[in-house]
Design a protein around this ligand. Structure first.
Ligand code: HEM
Ligand code: MG
Length: 325
């Protein structure tokens, strides 16, 4: 049966928003937080990659390749591949017994494996809390939307605000880092609200401040919210990303221990989710966490590495087998 990708009501009777219960975990991704608070993901914030894949497509119309790349890259660095569970927030014993260190299995809030600096509504890790909604940063989000988007977050605002957050990091965070994969994800994440947080019946790339506050602060969809059309969402995101980048082209790099020491890193992958990004993620991020896996751990790492490779295969990348074939 063909998968239904159409615009449809997703804030429905079966998925009511509910406030957090003691112990429920939320993290740095407003998309996944919202899915958990509407019951598209387990409300406690502990999920399998399959649940995440299904939920982001069903409730937000995210294109399957992007969903697969996100779900399995994060599973490999932040999840427990033995129990197949990941926290969408901080570390939790609910993901089961940890594999041997240096693996961390510490959830999506873990800094510098996937989560990174220059988020639009969360502070940099250096300042303490890298995962909670930050009201001052949201004030800046509103201010930029008023100045550049007539009160809406649109692609022009995204270009200006994306650059502003990078400049703020360079000027205030001695540890500021914008290298692979963060250099790529910052642009995608600035585009996501334009596509996935805008009602699919409208799909005009203009997000109201009221709706933005609902998603970013309260993990809540607007009443009567309809998801966007999955067959169009991937193309839209791919159109917005170069526009956001093109407003103020930047290069990957980092500060070196003091502010305003930003130095370009020529070894970092560029804007596209290309083969060098794939290779870097496997060799320099996954393998150091799992230098010598054995048995089930090795088998499950290989399986997850295979799922992570899926979207890159279509880009004609060559698969890497760090643990043998
Ligand atoms: C940010 C994971 C899907 C919207 C993030 C971050 C993580 C993450 C770890 C934090 C990065 C950072 O800002 O430092 C994931 C995973 C997904 C997923 C594993 C699985 C498919 C989605 C979806 C949406 C979304 C479907 C939209 C509906 C966002 C936005 C940000 C973000 C807007 C940036 C927040 C900010 O800059 O303040 N995501 N995400 N994500 N995510 Fe997701
Ligand atoms: Mg961040």
């Amino acid at each position: 049966m063909a998968i239904d990708t159409s615009v449809k009501l997703v804030n429905d009777m079966d998925h009511p928003w509910m406030p957090l219960r003691p112990g429920d975990l939320r993290g740095p991704c407003p998309g996944l937080n919202t899915l958990a608070s509407h019951g598209y993901l387990p409300r406690n914030g502990i999920a399998t990659p399959t649940q995440i894949l299904n939920a982001v497509q069903d409730a937000f119309g995210m294109d399957p390749d992007r969903a697969q790349l996100l779900a399995y890259s994060t599973m490999l660095v932040d999840g427990n591949v033995i129990t197949d569970l990941m926290s969408i927030g901080g570390k939790s014993c609910l993901t089961g017994p940890d594999p041997p260190k240096p693996a961390t299995v510490a959830g999506l809030s873990t800094h510098a494996v996937f989560e990174g600096d220059a988020s639009l509504t969360c502070q940099d890790f250096f300042f303490g809390d890298n995962h909670s909604f930050n009201p001052e940063l949201f004030d800046q989000f509103v201010d930029f939307s008023n100045r550049f988007g007539d009160g809406f977050y649109n692609v022009t605002v995204a270009g200006e605000l994306r650059f502003q957050r990078i400049q703020q990091g360079i000027a205030t965070n001695p540890q500021f880092s914008l290298v692979t994969p963060r250099f790529t994800t910052v642009y995608g994440e600035a585009a996501f609200p334009l596509v996935f947080f805008v009602d699919g019946r409208k799909a005009d790339g203009r997000l109201s401040m009221q709706d933005a506050l609902g998603f970013f602060r309260d993990s809540r969809m607007p009443d009567d919210f309809h998801r966007t059309d999955e067959s169009k969402s991937g193309g839209l995101v791919n159109t917005f990303i170069p526009q956001i980048f093109g407003a103020h082209p930047t290069q990957p790099g980092r500060n070196y221990g003091s502010v305003n020491t930003f130095t370009v890193d020529p070894n970092s992958a560029g804007l596209d989710a290309d083969c060098s990004l794939y290779e870097h993620f496997v060799n320099d991020i996954v393998v150091p966490l799992y230098p010598n896996p054995q048995g089930v751990l090795k088998d499950n790492l290989n399986a997850n590495l295979g799922f992570f490779f899926g979207p890159f295969k279509q880009g004609n990348c060559t698969r890497i087998f760090p643990y043998g074939q």
